[in-house]
Design a protein around this ligand. Structure first.
Ligand code: C2O
Ligand code: CU
Ligand code: CU
Length: 505
């Protein structure tokens, strides 16, 4: 079967008819048919109602399993993370083969305190695949940061070791970063949260905290996890189910009237979560790189792109009842047919039961965030998508500065300690979340259609969505010398080459 037939039959299977083909793909098919890296042997995707398994909902929310710290003295976090196949039962009676860290989905929660020395042994028991662990957003030296240049072979292990500096308290996450395989290892289940705590937390001690790791899952009717198809390759894989701490729409039971701090982690490959609590405003207290200078009350929604994190506080109503944390559809741009039709979907149900409590009041100041000074160097990065004719037909390219990732090439250089102004331009038809390793940056402004919008508040970020047609400017100052990656955090785009190398000297 030639590639074109394969793609067309795949599409017909997926959509129950060619009538749903988008204009763009019609155009592509009108030439020679796209040749995507993962086009062969694909399983049909979304659309057929019976294919979507229903998952049990409404179970009590799992508190994330904490990793076992085997260190014998304070100030040291010692643990082992083993990535290996595991079988879990998400759909009742239909076990799913996943990849898991220490057998748990999501991976165990790692907790440490500023100043701690962290030593984590990583054992790669993924059959036939290299892997790494990348400490997303963390101030870790390049050689300890799980770069694609430092793969751990299947069946071997290594130790990652670093010290958490002052002012690094934040909600981070960890995931594999092997060349070309990151997207697959993450959607199969390899991701977990890493919380760095300050020596003293400025939030009131009686404000309870809940960590929510949000992931995305696609299951076939038999409970297996289908391989990705060419639409996933183009748009990033979206599943049929959003999971919170590995569960579909679990229930968190708390007292009416109480306040709750949530640490939110978007650990999906490609989902934009536009989060809202019905009838309840959120107060944002933190971003990727930790607390804001002051609480930001009154938010009705919060957009959390792939890999972004946020900390919020919600004061719940004083009367018993249920309140849902939902995600509202967000238009991120889509290529080809099969654009998911999304409704408002519940992620978590908060059940307000028992004695009425009084809300907790937040301090006016959370911490100091010093604005980075005047930039003495400039960088410009352009995200683009291309369609080109190759031997096998049409080929999509996801590029940075017109180039596909090459780990032996240095794309940009920076000097450690220098404040730089970066400009990330998205000329493509889809949103692309920009992420840089090893440093937190401060967004200065966004620009769209010639209109500049300055950042409303100062915060630390390591991932920022650059919407289609938008330019984002931020300041950054690297600390460690060595090689860093910067890339789109739609993981399929990263795997296909929307990534580049920064050399910090
Ligand atoms: Cu979250 Cu380069 O990664
Ligand atoms: Cu990262
Ligand atoms: Cu992208």
């Amino acid at each position: 079967m030639n590639r074109r037939t394969l793609l067309l039959s795949g599409t017909a299977l997926a959509l129950g008819g060619a009538a749903l083909l988008g204009r763009r793909m019609m155009m592509v098919h009108g030439t020679a048919g796209p040749s995507m890296d993962h086009a062969a042997g694909v399983a049909p995707t979304a659309g057929a109602g019976e294919r979507i398994l229903s998952l049990p909902e409404g179970a009590p929310l799992h508190v994330l399993t904490k990793i076992a710290n085997t260190a014998s003295k304070p100030g040291l976090v010692e643990a082992r993370l083993t990535a290996a196949p595991a079988i879990i039962e998400i759909a009742l009676g239909k076990p799913t083969n996943v990849l898991a860290f220490n057998g748990s989905l999501p991976g165990p929660l790692i907790e440490a305190t500023e100043g701690d020395r962290v030593r984590i042994e990583f054992v790669n028991n993924i059959p036939g695949q290299i892997s790494t662990i990348h400490w997303h957003g963390m101030p870790v030296p390049p050689g300890q940061d799980g770069n694609p240049m430092d793969p751990v072979e299947s069946g071997s292990s290594r130790v990652y070791e670093f010290t958490l500096p002052a002012n690094s308290a934040a909600t981070y996450w960890y995931h594999p970063h092997p060349h070309g395989l990151t997207h697959e290892q993450v959607y199969r289940g390899l991701a977990g949260a890493f919380i760095v705590r300050p020596k003293t937390d400025p939030l009131p001690a009686d404000l309870a905290e809940t960590v929510l790791v949000i992931s995305d899952l696609r299951l076939a009717a038999d409970g297996s996890m289908p391989d990705s198809n060419y639409l996933d390759t183009m748009n990033g894989r979206e599943g049929d189910h959003l999971l919170v701490n590995g569960q579909k729409n679990p229930v968190l039971t708390i007292n009416p009237g109480s306040s709750r701090r949530f640490r939110l982690v978007n650990a999906t490959n490609a989902r934009f979560l536009r989060l809202a609590f019905d009838g309840h405003a959120m107060t944002q207290i933190g971003t990727d790189g930790g607390l804001l200078a002051s609480p930001l009350p009154g938010l009705t929604e919060l957009l959390l792109g792939p890999a972004e994190r946020a900390e919020i506080v919600v004061d719940f109503q004083a009367k018993p009842g249920t309140v849902s944390l939902v995600t509202v559809p967000y238009e991120r741009g889509w290529m080809g047919p099969g654009k998911p039709v999304r409704a408002i979907a519940p992620l978590l149900t908060v059940a307000l039961v028992g004695k009425v409590r009084a809300p907790v009041s937040l301090p006016a100041r959370l911490r100091d965030i010093a604005a980075l000074g005047a930039a003495t160097a400039n960088k410009r990065v352009v995200f683009s998508e291309t369609m080109s004719m190759g031997a096998g037909g049409m080929k999509m390219g996801y590029l940075i500065d017109g180039k596909k990732f090459d780990m032996s090439r240095v794309d940009l250089s920076s000097r450690a300690g220098e404040v730089e102004l970066w400009e990330v331009v998205n000329t493509a038809d889809m949103d692309h979340p920009f992420h840089m390793h090893g440093a937190q940056f401060q967004i200065v402004e966004r620009e769209r259609d010639g209109v500049k919008t300055p950042a409303a508040f100062l915060s630390w970020k390591d991932t920022v969505n650059v919407a289609r047609g938008e330019t984002v400017r931020f300041k950054v100052q690297h600390v460690f010398s060595g090689l860093r990656m910067y890339h789109c955090h739609i993981l399929e785009h990263e795997s296909q080459g929307m990534m580049a190398v920064l050399k910090v000297v």
